[in-house]
Design a protein around this ligand. Structure first.
Ligand code: PRP
Length: 215
């Protein structure tokens, strides 16, 4: 039996995924050591491999088949647009992709003004403004702390993830429009889906059942 390889998104999503898999008897104790700098972990008994990657890289590993399965946020899946099968909503990591800014910026959105939009997600922002709202905007790509942009005058609004809303609140910003809801998803390489159909299908079925029971 060949190894089935999982690419997990470093951090909280990986932790949540491992907790879920553990409930199905799929464990990887090696991975729990917080001091470890190891990047790849093996469960010999079940012929599984797990590795940790940066979120935006997870769909890349899965598209190329370096991982059969990936777990990553829906935001990354949409933004990266890779050829992978999205097979399951895991129900955790729920948040929203939103257009945010100071309340005064609301008028700029409804008047379809040419504004600047700062974001870590240029493809999502472009699709939303160009295809859904039919508003021409200038997209500015940033890599983090997006909330800074409207405060320091780099952009009028941002397109970013809102979870609790506290980052916005503490910086005098608010949600102006919602782009889409988000959560962690399981993705599968299309070839693995065919070649390892039985194992992958069983995993999806077991996870789906578990998620329903936990609801
Ligand atoms: C994310 C997101 C917001 C914040 C939202 O940033 O970009 O800044 O979390 O969470 P909240 O609604 O609960 O306040 P992250 O912490 O991932 O860091 P980043 O700014 O470097 O992207």
């Amino acid at each position: 039996m060949r190894y089935l390889t999982f690419a997990l998104c470093k951090g909280r999503l990986a932790k949540k995924t491992l907790e879920l898999l553990e409930k199905l008897g799929i464990t990887c104790n090696e991975m729990k050591d917080p001091a470890s700098r190891k990047l790849i972990f093996v469960n010999e008994e079940l012929k599984l491999k797990f590795f940790l990657a940066k979120g935006p890289d997870v769909p890349t590993y899965v598209e190329y088949g370096a991982a059969d399965i990936g777990v990553v946020g829906k935001d990354v899946i949409i933004e990266e647009g890779k050829k992978v099968h999205e097979v399951l909503d895991l129900g955790f990591g729920t948040c929203r992709m939103c257009v945010c800014g100071p309340s005064e910026a609301k008028a700029l959105l409804s008047n379809h003004e040419l504004i600047r939009v700062a974001t870590k997600y240029p493809n999502i922002a472009k699709d939303y403004f160009y295809n859904k709202k039919h508003q021409t905007v200038e997209i500015i790509k940033l890599n983090g702390s997006i909330e800074l942009a409207p405060i320091v005058g780099l952009a009028e609004v941002i397109v970013d993830i809102v979870e609790t809303g506290s980052t916005l609140k503490e910086n005098g910003l608010e949600v102006l429009e919602e782009v889409c809801p988000l959560s962690a998803r399981m993705i599968v390489n299309p070839v693995s889906m065919r070649m390892e159909n039985e194992r992958v299908r069983k995993l999806i079925t077991d996870l789906r059942k578990l998620l329903l029971e936990e609801r």
